[in-house]
Design a protein around this ligand. Structure first.
Ligand SMILES: Cc1cc2nc3c(=O)[nH]c(=O)nc-3n(C[C@H](O)[C@H](O)[C@H](O)COP(=O)(O)O)c2cc1C
Length: 216
């Protein structure tokens, strides 16, 4: 796939086929993502892949706790505390995704169900950084995550980075045997996309002139 096509094809998919991915393919993806830049090549990231019975156990626990408030390692900031520009983009996204469905109830039902069932993906890649990390490591693990998602797209796979799968970190810690000195950053659900409505949504981007400024 051409680079531009790979970047344009990547988008968040919220429903996956019941089709497993080989450990070989996942290893190739993570190996490529290891080429990501990091502060003094510190490579603070680790990737833990949940599949098969382990992932089913995680999904069952998450379904049981669906009505509980999450307590992720990275706290979630209330939407009113974000910058106004970010709040507007988030509102626009909510409006657009709801209007992608025939009506509000269906949008709500499909989005909630996808989230509760961890998007039905056959694998989730959990990313961690050490607890004693510099803030710069968040930048580094972000680069690592984006390269994982692009490498997956290049192989015809789909992904969604998500908070949903890390909202109960104690469950992931226990099931994945995460070391105590690592912070759970994000989960990347990965697999082959179904052709359901939820997956045909394409989020918008701000006009380039609002993002890019030149000065001679
Ligand atoms: C750190 C992070 C956490 C996210 N968590 C969720 C989530 O819990 N549920 C969800 O539906 N989407 C989640 N997303 C996906 C975003 O909604 C999505 O990336 C954004 O709307 C842009 O759309 P795109 O990925 O299709 O380009 C998350 C994205 C990021 C980067």
């Amino acid at each position: 796939m051409e680079f531009k096509e790979t970047v344009n094809n990547r988008h968040s998919v919220r429903d996956f086929k019941n089709q497993s991915i080989s450990q070989k393919t996942l290893t190739e993806i993570i190996k490529l993502a290891q080429k990501s830049p990091s502060w003094v090549n510190s490579q603070p990231w680790k990737a833990y892949v949940a599949m098969g019975d382990t992932l089913n156990e995680i999904k069952n626990e998450y379904v049981k706790r669906a009505s509980e408030k999450g307590n992720p390692d990275f706290p979630v900031m209330h939407r009113k505390d974000w910058s106004l520009a970010a709040q507007e983009n988030m509102q626009q996204w909510r409006h657009d995704i709801v209007h992608h469905f025939p009506n509000f109830d269906e949008a709500h039902e499909k989005m909630s169900s996808a989230s509760i069932h961890l998007f039905n993906s056959p694998a989730i890649i959990f990313l961690t950084i050490p607890k004693n990390s510099s803030s710069w490591s968040i930048f580094d693990v972000g680069s690592f995550a984006q390269t994982i998602m692009l490498a997956a797209t290049d192989k015809g796979l789909a992904t969604i980075p998500n908070y949903t799968s890390v909202k109960f970190p104690e469950v992931i810690r226990q099931r994945m045997n995460l070391p105590d000195d690592e912070t759970l950053v994000v989960g990347i659900s990965i697999g082959y996309p179904t052709d359901t409505t939820i997956n045909t949504f394409q989020s918008k981007r701000e006009p380039i002139n609002d993002v890019l400024k030149f000065k001679d």
